[in-house]
Design a protein around this ligand. Structure first.
Ligand SMILES: Cc1cc2nc3c(=O)[nH]c(=O)nc-3n(C[C@H](O)[C@H](O)[C@H](O)COP(=O)(O)O)c2cc1C
Length: 165
């Protein structure tokens, strides 16, 4: 199996982090992986807010449900949709999903753990993030060095998922 396929299979959602800071170049590499995602008409409608100050992490941690994860993650990346850049709600969301998966895989490949936190259109969170009027929160991605090794969450066999015609 090549390293891309192995990373896809071995990546797990990590929800418990060591307190060690993340090297800034690793955060940049993760953001860059997001930037290279495919998007409909190459509109690249994603915008990123990198939450790394203790003050903002605590503020976010107070209102999102999995507060310990956000508080303990040295970095949380909020992914916002720039509605002025997008052109079709479904396709914009698909592109942003690809962007998020790129970032999860990049984090994994750098020895980091990450968890996608489904969080959409929450004005309170958007306020903390300083989102602009034309930006909508799509998800948070908590990132840090893993302090857990979660078991594999099984996937359905291909035979259940695929029809060939
Ligand atoms: C759209 C989406 C929303 C998710 N939201 C959350 C969430 O709010 N909290 C959480 O702990 N995990 C969340 N996850 C992570 C999933 O629970 C996880 O990917 C799934 O259980 C499979 O586990 P694995 O990533 O370790 O393979 C989300 C994943 C996706 C794709």
């Amino acid at each position: 199996m090549n390293e891309v396929l192995r990373a896809i299979q071995e990546r797990r959602s990590i929800r418990v982090f060591r307190p060690d800071p993340i090297e800034p170049e690793k955060v940049d590499a993760i953001l860059d992986a997001g930037r290279w995602a495919p998007s409909g008409k190459n509109t690249q409608p994603w915008r990123f807010v990198v939450v790394e100050s203790k003050e903002k992490r605590d503020e976010l941690g107070r209102i999102v449900t999995q507060m310990d994860m956000v508080r303990s993650a040295p970095v949380t990346i909020a992914v916002l949709l720039d509605t002025r850049a997008g052109y079709d709600a479904t396709k914009d969301a698909q592109g942003i999903g690809a962007c998020a998966q790129n970032m999860l895989l990049a984090a994994h490949s750098l020895g980091l753990g990450a968890c996608w936190i489904g969080r959409v259109r929450d004005e309170q969170v958007e306020g903390i993030l300083g989102a602009k009027d034309h930006e909508e929160l799509m998800m948070l991605i908590a990132i840090g060095y893993p302090a857990e090794t979660p078991p594999v969450r099984e996937r359905r066999p291909l035979a259940e998922l695929v029809r060939r015609i």
